[in-house]
Design a protein around this ligand. Structure first.
Ligand SMILES: Cc1cc2nc3c(=O)[nH]c(=O)nc-3n(C[C@H](O)[C@H](O)[C@H](O)COP(=O)(O)O)c2cc1C
Length: 190
């Protein structure tokens, strides 16, 4: 099983890399194979595909590269800030390019913000439902006020403890959804 960790912000001075590093360390501690995927590394413009991403009929090389980077995972953790009480626009634009890569896979969230980013997560659930992905209930959730000290990520224990239930469900669901994907592939092949 391989988990894709989707970094949710690429702006200068973002807090995101610190939270992503923490998530990566948590996964390593649990012996979970994973890789961080940065949408900022793909030079994606404002959405420029003619056909909606869910169809998987990508025209542009940047879209194909981004989709290939997302495809090989059994589960995802989106590390997301909250912008204007919802999802961060730059990552939403990147996600709008793709879609099929997430089908029949579980997605978990680690969020942060003034109110721990939970409004962003609830908005993301609707987006990923459109890709036939399943989002686990638990959220690793952090406050920009109490889980950072002078700009450095220093999660309180009570916040760090929110990661466990999320990852437990994500791993269990990844095993279950692997069966769903195998059955779907077998049905197509027959
Ligand atoms: C455009 C923008 C809108 C924001 N809106 C919210 C918000 O609605 N709720 C919130 O809790 N924080 C909000 N913030 C503050 C972010 O939680 C904080 O800046 C955080 O560091 C953003 O994550 P990043 O640094 O990884 O990009 C906003 C920040 C930006 C840049």
């Amino acid at each position: 099983m391989r988990i894709g960790v989707i970094a949710g912000s690429s702006r200068p001075g973002a807090l995101n890399p610190q939270v992503v590093d923490w998530v990566s360390a948590q996964l390593s501690e649990r012996g979970l194979d994973h890789e961080v995927v940065h949408f900022g590394a793909f030079d994606l413009p404002i959405l420029d595909e003619a056909i909606p991403g869910g169809a998987g009929m990508y025209e542009n090389e940047h879209t194909k590269a981004w989709a290939e980077a997302l495809r090989p995972f059994d589960a995802y953790i989106v590390v997301t800030p909250e912008y204007n009480h919802s999802v961060p626009g730059p990552l939403k634009n990147a996600i709008d390019f793709v879609g099929q890569e997430f089908a029949h896979k579980p997605v978990g969230f680690v969020s942060y913000g003034a109110d721990k980013g939970v409004r962003a997560v609830e908005a993301w659930r609707l987006v990923f439902a459109n890709f036939r992905a399943a989002t686990v209930r638990g959220i690793g959730a952090f406050s920009i006020f109490t889980d950072f000290a002078d700009g450095a990520f220093a999660p309180e224990q009570v916040s760090a403890d929110t990661f466990g239930p999320m990852i437990e469900d994500l791993v269990a669901w990844a095993e279950g959804f692997a069966v769903v994907r195998r059955n779907a592939e077998a049905a197509v092949a027959s």
